[in-house]
Ligand binder design. Sequence first.
Ligand SMILES: [Zn+2]
Length: 284
Amino acid sequence: MPGSADILVAIVDDDRAVLDLETYFALGSPTASGSRFTGGRFERLGGGGGHAQTKDRFVADDLIAVTLLSVQVPPPIAIQILEGDLGRDLSAQLRLISTDIAIGAEGADRLLDNGGPANKAWGLLKACDGVGWVTAGKLLARKRPKLIPVYDHVVQCVRRSPDSFWLWLHRHLADEETGLRAALHRLRRRANVPADISDLRILDVAVWMRHRNDHVPWGVRRRRARIAAARCSRRVSQASTGQESPGNRSKPRFRSRSEARSSPLKILTEGTSPGCRIAEPVAA
Ligand SMILES: [Zn+2]
């Protein structure tokens, strides 16, 4: 199966995941709003996006809920979702998706695949000005929390697979041999996570909490790489023209431009280095 889920299993099985879930969801706190992570209320605000009365249409609570995950729907699009054709088109797709079906279950792939209702709804949202793939996914995750993952750049960074994330995750959760589903059940028991929080959300939170402080956004990585490459180029130039100043004698030298091009700095500029270290869990 392309792209191993081993790192996800290791993160979920690590002791730190228990503490991370307790912190994120304020488990054990007498007030659910006691968490410093607003995302801990994402799936529960206003009774949840899959509430019986509103499960097939977006309501204001859903648009507020995604702000708890640090994204915002642009106001003109919000009106279209709540009162316009976009909202009606999204409802038509939501009506084709049961709130009970979970990613990894039989038949879920038909909903998630190209041409499936979840994919169509995502495409409708993604086509809107100011709504990126992260926001589109979070809106759908609010309506179908068992089926659609909360997926952002931090989780994407950990996964390290170019495949479609929804289908990739479906396959790994459906295949018992990966151990991912069993690991999520173990973590649920260990952290005593309430039943109304889905396995999928447990995975989202465990992975996000693990990497959120270590993650370096791609734009920052690119800027750093440019700066590093510029410094490298200056050093090559100074070395080849004999204009090296006393102050940089201790810095690395390259005998030629070709040597500089094959240096780690060059590799970084080409984006082949992860540039963003993932704190690998210690194997149990
Ligand atoms: Zn990262």
